[in-house]
Design a binder for this molecule. Structure first.
Ligand code: B12
Length: 220
């Protein structure tokens, strides 16, 4: 039998996939919070709902406009949730994140960034289509604990290796933990290119990073 909390989370997931208006979605989230559901579970439901958006796009039931709406909706949900996350366990650390060069996808990357931000991390988001040189420059300047690289495209995969190789050349590789993610990435591939970690979604990403930080992730 499905309990009340699961019912609300499923309602949220469906509302996100259907791209219901933000007031309706905020009401569901409010109901969830009143029920004692954690912001992490709410974000996880949002993620599942967004996966539904991706599937409908692939079936050609959604088009570019719907994807833009989905991206905006994620931003609104995260801002609405932010005050509630202050009650969750706060983690300290600085994350530098971006989508690699040649790739313009950012809905998933934004969700990962928002999740880190919700959990109390300082997030520096370099955006999309980020050249390897920019990741190096900003790693040197900002001294993040974690460098998070995203790609949804097969052509983005070698770009991740390029960033890691250039960090080595610049003598910065052992100063930062590197986490990679996105649809074509696997844990095996992450190991192969010399990344420290991989996560398949936003929740898992924070879990992976928090392990390093509580172990005292090294700073420059
Ligand atoms: C939305 C979308 C677009 C939108 C992007 C809008 C935007 N602002 O992001 C638009 C329409 C612009 C687009 C364009 C293109 N797209 Co597109 N797109 C998608 C689609 C349908 C959904 C992606 C999405 O947002 N999913 C929802 C989010 C929440 O999930 P996610 O991105 O996977 O992110 C999660 C995880 O991957 C992970 N994650 C992501 N990043 C990171 C980073 C770290 C560090 C970690 C730990 C985890 C992590 O956590 C996220 C949250 O849970 C996918 C198909 C799909 N179902 O995935 C195709 C898809 C990715 N696109 C594809 C293609 C081919 C293209 C185009 C080349 C199409 C074209 N011919 O022009 C262009 C590329 C443009 C470019 N240069 O980037 C292919 C890629 C194939 C491949 N192997 O390379 C896919 C798989 C579709 C397909 N089946 O063919 N696309």
């Amino acid at each position: 039998m499905v309990d009340e909390s699961e019912k609300i989370l499923l309602e949220l997931e469906k509302a996100v996939t259907k791209l219901e208006n933000s007031d309706k979605i905020k009401n569901i989230i409010k109901k969830a919070l009143d029920q004692g559901i954690s912001p992490t579970d709410i974000i996880n439901s949002t993620r599942k709902g967004l996966n539904g958006v991706g599937e409908l796009y692939e079936k050609r039931e959604y088009f570019l406009m719907e994807l833009i709406v989905a991206g905006n909706l994620v931003g609104q949900i995260m801002s609405f949730l932010k005050p509630s996350t202050s009650q969750e366990k706060k983690l300290e650390g600085k994350i530098l994140i971006g989508t690699v060069q040649g790739d313009l996808h950012d809905i998933g990357k934004n969700l990962v960034a928002a999740m880190f931000s919700c959990m109390g991390f300082t997030v520096i988001d370099l955006g999309i289509d980020v050249p390897s040189e920019r990741f190096i420059e900003m790693t040197r300047k900002e001294k993040p604990d974690v460098l998070a690289l995203s790609t949804l495209l097969s052509i983005g995969v070698p770009q991740m290796k390029l960033v890691i190789d250039k960090l080595k050349e610049a003598g910065l590789r052992d100063k930062v933990k590197i986490m990679v993610g996105g649809r074509p990435i696997t844990r095996e591939y992450a190991q192969e290119i010399g990344a420290d970690g991989y996560a398949e979604d936003a929740i898992a990403a924070v879990k992976e990073a928090s392990q390093w930080l509580t172990r005292g992730g090294r700073r420059l």
